[in-house]
Design a protein around this ligand. Sequence first.
Ligand code: MJ2
Ligand code: ZN
Length: 268
Amino acid sequence: SAAEWGYTKRNGPFTWAKNYPTAAGIRQSPVDIDTALATSDSSLESKPLRWKYVPQNTRTIVNSGHGWRVDVDSEGSELVGGPLEGTYKLQQFHCHWGSSSDKGSEHTVDGQSYAAELHLVHWNSSKYADCGEAADYPDGLTVLGVLLKVGAKNPELQKVIDLIPSISHRGEKTEVKEAIDPAKMLPKTLSYWTYLGSLTVPPCNESVTWILFKEPVEVSEEQLAAFRSLRCYKRGEECPCDEVDGLLISNYRPTLPLGTRELRECGS
Ligand SMILES: Cc1cc(C)cc(S(N)(=O)=O)c1
Ligand SMILES: [Zn+2]
């Protein structure tokens, strides 16, 4: 419907606050990472970030109309340590990109955009029953962010790309037959920045502890082009968005002010 949020002039990030007032809050994401502001924190260094994923638990990939999303059976996964209290479980992962590879990441670093950004969404299973409930609490969610830059073809992400033709239109979904290992999409060095923020999509709940790895991971131009071949409208319907024939060529939210929030870092 026309009211549906998106990334075009008519329904894009600058219109979201109309229907989703939280989008105008003071704990919003993404933000520009001003590396000079980051404070290193010994407590982060003393509790290394640790994760365990079950590749066989990656279930389905869906075209949400806002991008692709791989839904995961949370059982057996866990993320602990670093800034986190308790255990978080993996719920889904997805990506944000731009119409050309000079932009597309959601977070920027000292004003620099990357070509894309991968998000692994986790929910606090120590305190809440599921992701939906957790999304309503300030300590409910944690998203691991990975900056993607143009380079070599990413073999693990290629398993996602191979499925894109079968979810070309909004609402289409398919089984993930070949297990995708989220751990293989993370950078080698585990240095990261962390701050308290929000979902970067409506309703923009202010319930996310962001952990953004410092080291970018490579993805090829062809793989980025595949992301941009997704359509934002349903098969058989005409294109509601004023994008080039409804292609999802860009789905990143511009940065919001960090304000008085603390930005911490772990590792060089
Ligand atoms: C829970 C959730 C859902 C979606 C679609 C996207 C996010 S994000 N971009 O904040 O990682 C979080
Ligand atoms: Zn995201």
